[in-house]
Design a protein around this ligand. Structure first.
Ligand code: DON
Length: 331
């Protein structure tokens, strides 16, 4: 097993951190062979299943990255965290939570069954498809572009550039949307949607098709770790209460029906997407002074080979190792 837990004699230089992270990425690369790239959206199948990369950005400005770090990919379900944040910023937290609950489902991300069987009054949470499609219906705007404009502006404030929609993935999402349409029609029947169905679904397909890079996930995670504030300028990008709510749901609902295991074994808020991305973050912590990233950090992982739940198979293992070695768990 690879090692890398610092001790009190360790000088935590960037070189020291970089060497270990490089070793860990090399070690966990072998797990990519045991997963499969998402194939239900044909465009996603073009990804290289042997890719694995990580980017870590500390609130203190330290940056470490390793492995495949320069392949653009679509944000997919990680967008759900940020559309939820945008809806809360536009409508207020209580308005949104009156319409979407905060409970994990224990079911697959695109399950319909639990909605009907449990006769719910609102979708379970904003990070499964039923909840995220409902969130898309709450966003203000008469077209999907209008609805997504504030989301792209939010990304712009965090990243310093406005990401674009990947048109091929967007078309592919639309063309293979039978399950999401089924969910949409059920939500419509239950009167959960606040916008017209086609507009809502189009917004959801577009938000999943926003193209980003690995560093972007780390920066966005770092802003969340810092409770929504840009650490360089002290500017509020996301109101603190909304950032905290979004993070708490990442912990309980962010990794689909593997959220419980991820909380138990990794212990940090995270959200995954079927393109193989994971956004994770470690809040500031007060512990032994020789641990890295004590001020908190954002972590982006990219590894398109997925496990059965749809999470990056090697990415989860890599995160678990890092969280253990650096004692990142919030518990
Ligand atoms: O809904 C879908 O099929 C995708 N566009 C998003 C899927 C994803 O990343 C998994 N979601 N939790």
């Amino acid at each position: 097993m690879v090692q890398g837990a610092p001790n009190k004699n360790t000088e935590l230089t960037e070189d020291w951190l970089q060497n270990y992270v490089d070793d860990w990425v090399r070690f966990y690369l072998r797990h990519t062979e045991n997963g499969e790239v998402a194939s239900y959206i044909p465009e996603l199948q073009r990804a290289n299943k042997l890719d694995l990369g990580i980017s870590i950005v500390g609130i203190n400005g330290v940056k470490i990255k390793s492995g495949t770090v320069d392949v653009p990919f679509t944000i997919q379900s990680i967008s759900k965290v940020f559309t939820f944040i945008t809806a809360c910023m536009e409508r207020g937290i209580s308005y949104v939570l009156d319409r979407i609950d905060v409970e994990p489902t224990g079911e697959a991300f695109n399950s319909i069954m639990h909605l009907e069987m449990r006769q719910v009054k609102k979708p379970f949470n904003p990070y499964v498809n039923a909840g995220a499609i409902t969130v898309a219906s709450l966003l203000e705007g008469k077209t999907s572009d209008e609805k997504l404009n504030p989301l792209l502006n939010l990304f712009g404030r965090m990243l310093g550039y406005r990401p674009k929609i990947n048109e091929e993935v967007y078309r592919s999402e639309c063309d293979t949307s039978i399950r999401n349409r089924a969910i949409g029609y059920y939500l419509l029947e239950m009167d959960f949607l606040e916008s017209e169905l086609e507009l809502t679904l189009d917004t959801y397909f577009k938000q999943c098709s926003i193209e980003i890079q690995l560093d972007d996930l780390a920066v966005m995670g770092m802003v969340l770790a810092n409770d929504g504030e840009d650490p360089k300028t002290g500017t509020e990008i996301i109101p603190r209460q909304i950032a905290r709510l979004a993070k708490s749901l990442m912990l309980t609902c962010g990794m689909y029906d593997a959220s419980g295991k991820f909380a138990a074994y990794v212990g940090i808020p995270a959200k995954s997407g079927v393109s193989g991305g994971i956004i994770a973050l470690a809040p500031p912590r007060i512990r032994n002074e020789y641990l890295p990233f004590l001020d908190g950090c954002g972590i982006g992982v990219y590894g398109p080979a997925l496990d059965k739940q749809g999470n990056s198979i090697a990415g989860i293992r890599l995160l678990r190792h890092i969280a253990t070695q650096w004692d990142l768990s919030i518990f």
